[in-house]
Design a protein around this ligand. Structure first.
Ligand code: HEM
Length: 128
């Protein structure tokens, strides 16, 4: 397995849609965008730890502010297929099932991506 050296390279927030690099990237290094940090940035998403569906009402993301499929040369090549699949899945799932999370409010991992620590253990109940 190849090991990479990681060092934090901080960006100022997306204030005025501009990212300003405030430290130097050594030659030959790879740079990863930590998308969780973008999606948890309170300057973009007020109260990012709260589940507020209403934030999506009329939401027009600023450049670089919404990166579920990453960006740049490693953008997910099947983002459109994935969105279609998720839409179809949710349609049937929400009409027919109820999901009851076993550990609501449990611990969340923020690195490398946002995940419930228990992998979202839940009971799935058929409602019709
Ligand atoms: C909701 C579903 C999905 C999400 C959130 C997602 C997200 C992502 C993200 C963030 C990356 C970039 C990873 C990186 O920066 O290294 C990626 C890459 C990739 N995704 Fe997806 N993806 C999804 C579904 C899919 C599906 C359905 C396929 C194929 C049918 C797919 C195929 C790929 C491939 C091949 C790459 C690597 C692209 C490359 O490195 O050139 N993804 N995806």
């Amino acid at each position: 397995m190849r090991h990479y050296e990681y060092a934090p390279i901080f960006f100022q927030s997306f204030e005025k849609q501009k990212m300003k690099l405030i430290s130097m990237i050594p030659q030959g290094w790879k740079v990863l965008v930590w998308t969780s940090a973008v999606h948890m940035d309170p300057e973009i998403y007020p109260n990012p730890k709260e589940f507020l569906l209403s934030i999506w009402n009329d939401f027009i993301p600023k450049a670089g502010a919404f990166l579920p499929f990453s960006t740049g040369s490693s953008t997910c090549p099947r983002a459109d297929l994935a969105k279609l699949e998720v839409t179809i899945f949710l349609h049937y799932f929400l009409l027919n099932y109820k999901l009851v999370q076993l550990n609501p409010g449990g611990p969340v991992n923020y690195f490398p991506s946002l995940d419930p620590a228990d992998n979202c253990l839940a009971k799935i109940i058929k409602i019709r």
